[in-house]
Ligand binder design. Sequence first.
Ligand SMILES: [Zn+2]
Length: 343
Amino acid sequence: MIGAAELLLIVLIIVLVFGTSRLSRAADTTKAAVKVGKKKVWVTNPVTGEKEFTLMSLEKELALGRRTHAEVQQKWGLYDDDDLQQYIHGVGLKMAKASHWPQLPWRFSVVDDSSVNAFAAPGGFIYLTRGLLAYLCDEAELAGVLAHEIGHVTARHRAKGYTREQGAQAGLWLVRIFWPAARTLSGFADKGLGMLFLSYGRDDELEADRLAVGYLAACGWDPAGLPRVLTTLGRLQDASGEEVPTWLSTHPSSPDRVAELEDTVTRVRNRPTGDNRSGYRQKIQGLRFGDGPGHRLAAHTIADGDSWQSLASKPIDAATLAILNGYPVTKPPRIGEAIKTVT
Ligand SMILES: [Zn+2]
């Protein structure tokens, strides 16, 4: 007896063999249909330069991006600091313009949320949370996060996932004709917000990391900024137990990615790069921290006798304070170093 998965596979093979025009005619009769036919279904992937089949045209991607942007603003709201928003947009835009897809209407925004996360909507709309911003130690780390998300967009990872899912839905529709009891697949939501937090495949993640390192180096930021963020988030994950930073929970593990990046970073690191550490610290000074009322980031210079323990305050324990400053939890702060604290 043929199971649902095998049947679906057979149908998909038939669809591939007989081509998309037949699929189009068949699908026209149902709301779950995939609309191909007159629409342009082959696009050039900006990163590989190769033609690929897609069910997400550029028009659709842009429309979905605009709709998602409105939904993100409504659901979480953007962080209320124009100067900070412009700064983040400027860092992101510099790399986007140097990327494989400079002509997209790129937009980089900080979401007013305490979780540690970053994500890309279709069409070049990229977000990071104020929660993640607090854990970044310099501009190269900020650029690293944004560059990784840019990489997902330029390599069309979401569009590819969407196309796969819609193809599977069409296959499922055909399966249902023969077997009405077929179970519904958990669909790739055809809505903006539904797409934001679906995980990418491991290969897509590693490709986004490699692209990010190239974009960082091309714009003069230290490409090691990306592995540094991954290390910080890995520590946060280890320290907090069940409370996993979202950006990592949907990605391969942090040590894996750092190891994969080592060669790429070394290769591009022979040019002079910077991290604008002090400039970044000024921009995030006073940033709201956590969910409690009134907690904000402040600056402190380590004096003799200071420890993570003595500097920890109500909203942040000693271990988290070390991680917030890019340290392993067991290493004491260096005397004279300017660190972030929470007041
Ligand atoms: Zn990713």
